[in-house]
Design a binder for this molecule. Structure first.
Ligand code: ZN
Length: 250
């Protein structure tokens, strides 16, 4: 059976990212900045507050799925292939050069912005500058044994960000089958880290209060708003949703 490509619906995956430890997602160092740190975090130019770029979330999810083995390439380079039925490439995207008829990349991950409560907390805390604390880290030069102190900006533990992903359903395999890959990636990420220095304990995070909503093709034509995906109201964690996708959905 040919699985035709035709837009059926968008699924909105939204909720909160909680930083259980300090997190550093690198930005660009302003070379002339006086008193600046060696390693600034990425800031939203409008609010001048930290964000978690959608590309960081998506890229990390993808790389962790690849490390599971099924999609790992011999040379260790990021996976990209020309197989029209490759779930990883269909969900997360593939290089633009390959002419493969598998439709648009299914997953879009938006930049995650700090919640209102987190912005208030950052604003009240005098130890924080634009939502970040400065952490000194010592590197020992392996040859001279000289200490090499660096100053790293990081978002403090306990900070929360609103995340949002759009997953588009074009083929019958997209739901629930391929959507599992998204939640598998989110689940893997929760036991890994986001940003830099994960081996030093940075970037431990989890998703909470997840909601699944949808707009079908008809919703778009009629101008209807997002509606909850039925039977998912009580499912708030990646694990609960993965179990639902494996057992009940579709
Ligand atoms: Zn592929």
């Amino acid at each position: 059976m040919v699985d035709n490509i035709a837009f059926q619906k968008n699924i909105l995956i939204m909720g909160t990212i909680v930083c259980d430890t300090g997190m550093h997602i690198g930005g660009v160092k302003e070379s002339m900045e006086i008193g600046g740190t060696d390693n600034p975090v990425i800031l939203d130019p409008r609010s001048n507050l930290p964000i978690i770029p959608g590309s960081s979330i998506k890229g990390k999810m993808r790389s962790l799925i690849e490390l599971q083995g099924e999609y790992l390439l011999d040379d260790g380079k990021p996976h990209s292939c020309d197989k029209p039925n490759c779930n990883l490439c269909i969900v997360f995207g593939r290089g633009a050069t390959e002419d493969v008829k598998s439709g648009p990349t299914r997953l879009i991950v938006r930049d995650a912005h700090p919640t209102e409560g987190t912005c208030d907390w950052w604003g009240r805390n005098e130890d924080l500058v634009h939502g970040t604390e400065i952490k000194g880290e010592n590197w020992i030069n392996r040859i001279t044994s000289a200490a090499d102190p660096r100053f790293i900006e990081r978002v403090p533990a306990g900070s929360e960000f609103e995340f949002e992903m759009i997953y588009s359903v074009y083929q019958t395999n997209d739901f629930p089958e391929r959507l599992k890959l998204v939640f598998e990636g989110m689940h893997l990420l929760e036991d890994n880290y986001l940003g830099a220095s994960g081996s030093r304990g940075y970037g431990k995070m989890r998703f909470k209060d997840i909601e699944l909503k949808q707009k079908t093709k008809e919703y778009y034509m009629n101008g209807n708003d997002w509606a909850a995906v039925s039977d998912t109201g009580e499912l708030k964690t990646t694990q609960a949703i993965l179990k639902w996708l494996n057992n009940n959905a579709g």
